[in-house]
Design a binder for this molecule. Structure first.
Ligand SMILES: [Zn+2]
Length: 238
């Protein structure tokens, strides 16, 4: 977006994002009183998922993630002095004690648990949204992804899983997650939800799915994968 001369004084700070086909891209943080240029408007990023091309969404997500880190690391977390941008890499350098701080990325697992024609879906208590989705949770220090899958599933719904397989990953810039997707099969136990995290959870037949997340998220890709798996097995067994 072109900032325009009269709005230049409203630029708080900017960050270099990278080069694409010889063109340099920057992200700029503006003060709240700025007026969008004609025929442009400011949008909430989360609402744009699935409505703009994925590449554009994730470039904007990268900008959002870098800005969140930039804004929250203006001071050294070790000694409290004001930090500076490191020249040779994306990091904050403390000129007082030398502490270097890199952009924070928080890995989280997201897992589709299946049982024949059924998938386990849950409604989270943290979201107002009315849809059901697959389980997710942050990785803890000292944990592998597979251990995290087992722990999260056990804690949130009281089930055991087996055959945990990597599915794919997706940066999720709200504010700094990296979602690492897995598929797993039900291995035992009865659903017993953690009421702090989950409002409701259940097994859903492929033909009777509730409202699910919109296209574009890895949660939706996992559910779509499950539907495709069941349907292709049915077709091949006819
Ligand atoms: Zn310091």
């Amino acid at each position: 977006m072109l900032i325009g001369r009269k709005n230049k004084q409203k630029l708080v700070r900017s960050q270099f994002l990278g080069q694409v086909e010889g063109r340099s891209y920057y992200a700029a943080e503006l003060t709240s009183e700025i007026v969008a240029p004609e025929n442009m408007l400011f949008c909430d990023l989360r609402r744009l998922l699935g409505k703009i091309p994925d590449a554009l969404f994730f470039l904007a997500g990268k900008a959002y993630q870098i800005f969140h880190w930039d804004r929250t690391h203006q001071y050294c977390s070790h000694c409290g002095a004001r930090t500076e941008n490191k020249i040779d890499e994306r990091a904050k350098l403390c000129p007082s004690c030398g502490f270097v701080n890199y952009p924070r990325i928080s890995p989280a697992i997201i897992v589709a648990i299946t049982r024949d024609r059924e998938i386990l879906l849950a409604k989270g208590s943290r979201f107002q949204a009315d849809f059901y989705s697959v389980l997710a949770g942050f990785v803890e220090p000292g944990e592998t992804f597979e251990e995290c899958v087992q722990r999260e599933v056990r804690e949130e719904v009281g089930l055991e899983v087996k055959n945990i397989r990597y599915f794919g990953s997706q940066p999720w810039p709200f504010p700094d997650s990296l979602m690492v997707g897995f598929t797993a099969e039900y291995a035992g136990g009865h659903i017993n939800i953690d009421e702090k995290e989950i409002l409701n959870a259940g097994w859903f037949d492929v033909d009777q799915l509730p409202l699910i997340p919109r296209t574009g998220s890895i949660a939706r890709s996992l559910i779509d994968w499950f539907i495709e798996q069941v349907k292709s097995e049915e077709t091949s067994s006819i």
